[in-house]
Ligand binder design. Structure first.
Ligand SMILES: [Zn+2]
Length: 189
């Protein structure tokens, strides 16, 4: 899934109606699994790699795959939930819950870029037949599913956000996601 989709879905599912609403811990947990990806992309651009090479070769190279595995670890997210519960740090529990929700969103929508979600216990990858972007692997279906979920989550969230600026950020993110979607589903040729 795209990172902004995770942010929106996780907020809709985990945000509480009463204070503390836990917005920041949820956003943090939703971003952590993809954080290494942003560092990787900045590094690859800095190396002068062409876009094609970045996603077809460099992404699958070591040590990047090992680094990605850490952020995408379901056991690590569960550990954060357990630690937050034990230490009575509820914000930490929400970070963990948001990480786990991010992984559950990725599981059915990643094909050959599937993550090692069970690190460090197993390097098994669940290769879903559906990708959220790869048109050779039902990418249009995956992207449509993701967008529908995001639109439903947005319809739920928008009236519940207190600040105009938050509503503005959410609306802008959704417009960008829709544009990305239209580029992907546009038939070639
Ligand atoms: Zn992800």
């Amino acid at each position: 899934m795209n990172t902004p989709s995770h942010l929106i879905l996780n907020l809709a599912v985990l945000r509480r109606p009463v204070s503390p609403v836990m917005t920041w811990p949820i956003l943090m947990g939703a971003v952590i699994p993809d954080a290494a990806l942003f560092v990787f992309y900045a590094w690859a651009r800095w190396q002068g790699l062409p876009e094609q090479t970045i996603w077809s070769t460099a992404y699958y190279s070591q040590p990047w795959q090992d680094i990605f595995a850490v952020g995408n670890s379901i056991p690590l997210g569960l550990g954060a939930i357990a630690l937050g519960y034990t230490l009575k740090r509820h914000w930490l529990g929400f970070v963990g819950a948001s990480m786990v929700l991010h992984h559950l969103g990725d599981l059915p929508l990643h094909h050959d870029d599937a993550h090692r979600h069970f690190w460090p216990f197993s390097s098994v990858r669940f290769i879903s037949p559906v990708s959220y972007w790869d048109v050779d692997h039902f990418g249009r279906l995956g992207a449509t599913l993701e967008l529908v979920l995001v639109l439903v989550a947005t319809a739920y969230l928008l009236p519940r956000l207190r600040f105009r600026v938050s509503q503005g950020i959410l609306s802008t993110a959704v417009v960008l996601l829709v544009l990305g979607y239209l580029l992907l589903v546009r038939p070639l040729g």
